[in-house]
Design a protein around this ligand. Structure first.
Ligand SMILES: Cc1cc2nc3c(=O)[nH]c(=O)nc-3n(C[C@H](O)[C@H](O)[C@H](O)COP(=O)(O)OP(=O)(O)OC[C@H]3O[C@@H](n4cnc5c(N)ncnc54)[C@H](O)[C@@H]3O)c2cc1C
Length: 300
């Protein structure tokens, strides 16, 4: 963050306005403040709507007197999460300002259920800021997962990779600057000059989403299978959401993040195992991959 941006945040926080709207004390502490992610990135809350009570209030409207059986807010929220009754969670919204490398943004933007406004590299000049991984995060291609990384890169190879990443980023940005410069030349349009910039350059956007779809994003991107560079953003967001809607977040953590889904075959295998039968992959009716994942759940 630039000193100007930091000053803006402090000025905004120094001038609170009274409101009649629902306020989440946990979220008020986060409002505007940047949580640093990766080497130049951040995520910060610009605005939000609703709290845990907004979820239960909406659910009670739809259930009417039928909510008697689940009268306390925590029980009702857990019930809604357990039974995939998702619309009450859509009553809460959050608007984030995120600064992230372009290759992370490409994964992030696949989540279509948000509203997005991105920094325009047609209109403005991009900053000279590139994501360069920490040496510990450089890893070889995984031998078991085509879509992941395996052992850490070490020694000369790690140093060489870091050098190349830095050099390529610097050279590409130098050329970008030279192309747009209007000193002694016409200067190439920004919308064209940007095309030589690598995918580790940072971009920024405002990202607004409701809590239901945010949970869907977090379930996929805070998961161990997600690429580390997007997972760290999801983890920072998890902490914010935990403070914003603590009851909903606990239910999400329990049923979605930490929970597991079993197929009909998986449920049948668990029943057979509980009766004392020795079930193997061959007798389970599952493929090798399914069995590996199933055992990862029941025999972790
Ligand atoms: C670990 C991991 C690996 C991935 N690998 C790849 C990959 O190799 N290649 C690749 O292309 N993508 C990949 N993805 C992206 C993935 O396929 C999804 O595009 C992404 O996770 C967004 O999920 P979503 O569509 O459910 O989310 P959202 O777009 O937020 O949608 C949420 C839900 O809304 C509904 N919905 C939204 N839009 C529509 C629509 N137009 N029609 C019908 N229903 C809709 C769906 O039910 C959807 O689940 C990967 C994702 C993860 C987490």
């Amino acid at each position: 963050m630039t000193p100007e941006q930091k000053a803006e945040i402090e000025a905004a926080r120094a001038d609170p306005q009274p409101t009649l709207r629902a306020v989440s004390e946990g979220m008020e502490a986060h409002l505007y403040r940047a949580h640093e992610v990766l080497d130049h990135g951040f995520v910060r809350v610009i605005d939000y709507m609703g709290d845990d009570a907004a979820i239960t209030q909406a659910a009670r409207v739809s259930y009417g007197r039928g909510t008697k059986a689940v009268s306390n807010d925590e029980g009702l929220i857990r019930y809604l999460m357990r039974h995939w009754h998702s619309t009450p969670f859509e009553m809460c919204e959050i608007k984030l300002h995120v600064k992230l490398p372009v290759f992370v943004a490409r994964q992030w933007i696949r989540h279509r259920t948000a509203n997005v406004n991105e920094y325009s590299a047609r209109y403005s000049i991009l900053d000279r800021e590139f994501y360069i991984p920490a040496e510990d995060d450089l890893a070889a291609q995984s031998v078991t997962n085509n879509q992941g990384r395996g052992e850490a890169l070490t020694g000369e190879e790690a140093a060489r990779v870091l050098d190349w990443l830095r050099e390529d980023s610097t050279r590409a940005y130098d050329h970008y600057e030279a192309m747009i410069s209007q000193e002694g030349q016409q200067g190439l349009a920004r919308e064209l000059a940007r095309m030589n910039l690598p995918a580790n350059i940072y971009t920024q956007w405002y990202w607004k989403v409701d809590l239901h779809n945010l949970f869907h994003f977090l379930r996929l991107r805070a998961d161990a299978h997600a690429q580390m560079e997007i997972r760290v953003y999801a983890e920072a967001m998890c902490k914010i959401v935990a403070d914003w809607v603590p009851l909903a977040y606990q239910a999400f953590e329990d049923y979605r993040l930490g929970g597991a889904q079993l197929s009909a075959k998986g449920v049948e295998c668990v029943r057979r195992m509980l009766k004392g039968e020795e079930v193997t992959q061959e007798t389970s009716g599952m493929s090798k991959g399914e069995w590996r994942e199933f055992m990862g759940v029941v025999d972790a």
